[in-house]
Write a protein that binds this ligand. Structure first.
Ligand SMILES: NC(=O)c1ccc[n+]([C@@H]2O[C@H](COP(=O)([O-])OP(=O)(O)OC[C@H]3O[C@@H](n4cnc5c(N)ncnc54)[C@H](OP(=O)(O)O)[C@@H]3O)[C@@H](O)[C@H]2O)c1
Length: 304
């Protein structure tokens, strides 16, 4: 039987460590602070940001929710970021994406001070990460490494294949795996004979954004499968394609009319050595690593 890599439990362990670290800092009069900027009324973004702010409170971090209207201009946002950059009680600045079309997201993300860039999106942090210097790494790929390490999956010497090369997930995941001494291959939409490449993977990271895209025949038996994908499905036909015979899921789907599937076909998990389920695998790590990055940013800024 493959091992299920329990992201929720690993996330809880990391949050517990962050809480202890925050308590130590509090004893020195330091309260790490996160500013969460949520523009407009995108329901999914509201849910994400609310849970980030709530987690800050649970772990003893200061947080401030700033909610500009969806008519906000790039200039207004630029002024806001600059004011947050200047504040001593703010260690991390999170700008929830997506932003309205009239706002230049790239310009704004670049305006965040690299030392407060707790999402790890700033080019300076990307460069530091590549150069193997201390950097705030993007939360989701950093979470992938935590799952592997804390589950005692050997990374050094393994062949890690990452499917997806986004700046947010694929590229930094590959870089972090390289720093852990994996031999890495990065695949993307122009990769030829993808299945031949993915079948060589001891560790296969899928960050594609296409439901169930990695089929069982694309996986080496016994491999560790890390599924970053989050894809919502709503039709019975889609449900049957991925989950037919999964009675527990059928009940949830019948009740809610929707469920999520990763980028790896659930049948591929059956031949894996270990895998991250969806939901409950990589997903819960993202918030935990954001909290860890906020504390890290607070310490780095103070030379601790
Ligand atoms: N768990 C979490 O907290 C979390 C966080 C972030 C993202 N996600 C999920 O992770 C997935 C990826 O996110 P992302 O932001 O990295 O997506 P993205 O920016 O859309 O990047 C997708 C990548 O997949 C590649 N790709 C697309 N079709 C492909 C194909 N047919 N064969 C091989 N590669 C293909 C693309 O290649 P090209 O570069 O050639 O176009 C691209 O590099 C999404 O499902 C997203 O919802 C989850």
């Amino acid at each position: 039987m493959p091992t299920v890599l329990d992201g929720a439990a690993i996330s809880a362990a990391i949050k517990h460590e962050v809480k202890q670290e925050a308590a130590k800092l509090a004893a020195q009069g330091i309260r790490p602070g996160l500013a969460a900027v949520l523009v407009g009324n995108v329901p999914a973004s509201q849910i994400y940001v609310r849970s980030k702010v709530q987690t800050c409170a649970e772990l003893g971090l200061f947080s401030e929710l700033i909610t500009p209207p969806d008519t906000v201009t790039t200039e207004d946002m630029f002024d806001l970021v600059n004011s947050l950059n200047a504040r001593d009680d703010i260690d991390g600045i999170l700008i929830q994406l997506p932003l309205p079309a009239q706002v230049d997201a790239k310009l704004l993300l670049d305006a965040v001070l690299p030392e407060k860039d707790v999402d790890g999106f700033h080019p300076v942090n990307a460069g530091r990460l590549q150069a193997g210097r201390p950097a705030l790494a993007p939360c989701t790929p950093a979470g992938v490494i935590e799952i592997l390490k804390r589950s005692n999956i050997p990374i050094a010497g393994s062949h890690a294949v990452v499917v997806g090369r986004s700046d947010i997930v694929g590229k930094p995941a590959a870089m972090l795996l390289l720093h852990q001494n994996a031999t890495i291959t990065i695949c993307h939409s122009k990769t030829q004979n993808l299945g031949e490449v993915t079948r060589q993977a001891d560790i296969l990271v899928a960050a594609i954004g296409r439901p169930g895209f990695i089929a069982p025949e694309m996986v080496k038996p016994g491999a560790t499968l890390i599924d970053v994908g989050i894809n919502r499905i709503n039709t019975q036909e889609e449900f049957d394609r991925y989950f037919k015979g999964d009675l527990k899921r059928e009940l949830t789907f019948a009740k809610r009319g929707t469920t999520i599937v990763g980028d790896i076909h659930p049948r591929a998990f059956e031949i894996a050595g270990a895998y991250t389920p969806v939901p409950g695998g990589v997903g819960p790590l993202t918030i935990a690593m954001l909290m860890a990055n906020t504390v890290r940013a607070a310490k780095m800024r103070r030379g601790l």
